[in-house]
Ligand binder design. Structure first.
Ligand SMILES: Cc1ncc(COP(=O)(O)O)c(C=O)c1O
Length: 461
């Protein structure tokens, strides 16, 4: 019996490793987006609820046969949609090991290793991003949940300052708070605020300049019932608000300042780029993803809060069966109770790259982004943003040609990027965030764009 349980798991691990090995071996040659035949293969999964089980090997093989071809090859180096980092080798390996460990990162006694690596990875992240060493770093699913956590703490803090105990008295008679937001705020902040019960009438939107940065002369008079949300890395342009002047002003008035730094906060890791986010350390909370620019596998973000006692007051959970003498345990600091040990991957990526490797990754992506922008200009595009980080927004003078080109390139499977609207103009949008992207990938992608344009123009003659 003992052996058969072990053997069943071992055989699944072996098959899964072989499948992962085969996928990783091929991913750089795989189409970026699945073709029609791969997509139709997905019908295979549309079966009635099985009454009887299937051998684990067969279950896993179906994933490879019908699932692998229908993946978007985001780890292959030529995926420029959204802001997608791929996975560094150690981070991917750590993810596999973490699955075998299957730890509950709830508290020290539920997993000493998860607890230790959360502490160490958190400390390293603060050092890398040059944020206050007393801040708490919590590992959550992504930036959206980091916003939820930090903004819940912000609300609690501001109410407390006004002598109102939110935990005791609830929202009904709470002091009215306002949230000052950029007109270019990322949708995830709005979702987080909605989840927390904030309504649109509480929002004060501030207009932005042509790069998507808050116009400082347009900010309202700050007061101590306000949360100011700033942005490091606009999702289209990559630009950041001016933290240096805005944060001290808001803090002086008693605001809580939260920063959405999903990918842009990583500019702190580069000596060349850190000036773009100077002054960011003075905020009260920061949301940042590891699954974007740090290149860990998905489902990994960090909520960083300066006032950890406030976060604890919002998130604490206590029951006899999970009693602990330890302060700052994940169960008392974050929204989820049971959580996977996602800090293991953060620890692995940082251990693998070191601060120098992370700086090199950021600098390399920014350099390739500039190459992309220059290449696009040579192909007749107008680049619409100042290319300061890892984002390019560009358009062709002929919108029909642009749309046809985008469709053709996406169909080609050579590379993938999407579209957006920037300053009222329909445009293509590229983000270079992967450790696996090479200069050759940029040139190959530009060739695919050029070939698509040529083909469309030939057909039009
Ligand atoms: C600037 C910015 N903020 C927030 C988010 C949301 O992050 P997540 O998907 O990790 O919740 C994104 C994701 O694209 C982003 O680019």
């Amino acid at each position: 019996m003992e052996d058969s349980i072990r053997d069943a798991s071992l055989s699944a691990v072996k098959v899964a490793s072989e499948i992962a090995y085969s996928y990783v071996s091929e991913v750089r040659n795989q189409r970026l987006f699945p073709d029609a035949s791969a997509l139709s293969g997905l019908q295979h999964f549309d079966q009635p609820l099985p009454a009887a089980g299937t051998d684990s090997q067969q279950v896993l093989e179906q994933l490879h046969t019908y699932g692998s071809p229908a993946t978007v090859a985001t780890t292959g180096g030529r995926y420029f949609g959204l802001v997608v980092g791929g996975s560094t080798p150690a981070a991917m390996g750590a993810n596999i090991i973490t699955s075998a460990w299957d730890q509950i990162a709830l508290m020290e006694s539920s997993s000493p290793i998860a607890n230790q690596l959360e502490k160490i990875a958190g400390r390293w992240v603060l050092e890398l991003l040059d944020l206050p060493s007393e801040a708490f770093v919590g590992f959550v699913t992504g930036t959206t949940m980091a916003h939820v956590s930090a903004l819940a703490a912000a609300r609690h803090y501001l109410c407390q300052k006004q002598g109102y105990d939110l935990a005791e008295q609830g929202l009904h008679n709470a002091p009215e708070l306002k949230v000052v937001l950029s007109e270019e705020v990322h949708i995830s902040v709005l979702k987080a605020l909605r989840l927390l019960g904030f309504g649109r009438s509480q929002f004060i939107f501030v207009p932005c300049d042509l790069q998507g940065r808050i116009i400082e002369s347009a900010v309202p008079e700050f007061s101590d019932n306000m949360i100011l949300v700033l942005q490091a890395g606009n999702v289209n342009s990559g630009s950041s608000d001016n933290f240096h002047t805005l944060i001290p002003k808001a803090k002086k008035a008693g605001c809580w300042v939260h920063v959405d730094g999903a990918f842009g906060l990583w500019a702190r890791a580069s000596r060349e780029k850190s000036a773009l986010v100077a002054g960011i350390e003075a905020a009260d909370s920061w949301a940042v993803d590891a699954h974007k620019w740090l290149n860990t596998p998905y489902d990994c973000g960090m909520c960083i809060v300066r006032h950890k006692q406030v976060l604890r007051e919002v998130m604490t959970t206590s029951a006899a069966y999970v009693e602990t003498q330890e302060m700052w345990q994940a169960k008392d600091m974050l929204p989820e109770f049971s959580r996977r040990a996602r800090a293991v991957e953060v620890w692995a990526a940082i251990a693998e790259l070191g601060s120098q490797g992370i700086e090199a990754l950021v600098d390399r992506c920014c350099l390739y982004t500039k190459m992309f922008a220059e290449g696009l200009e040579l192909l007749g595009f107008d680049v619409l943003n100042d290319v300061v980080l890892n984002q390019v927004v560009a358009c062709l003078p002929d919108i029909h040609l642009q749309r046809a080109m985008l469709h053709k390139v996406q169909q080609s499977g050579e590379c993938w990027f999407g579209q957006t609207t920037w300053q009222g103009q329909e445009a293509i949008r590229l983000s270079v965030s992967s450790w696996a992207t090479t200069e050759d990938d940029i040139q190959r992608s530009l060739k695919a764009i050029s070939a698509a344009i040529d083909e469309i123009q030939q057909q039009a003659i």
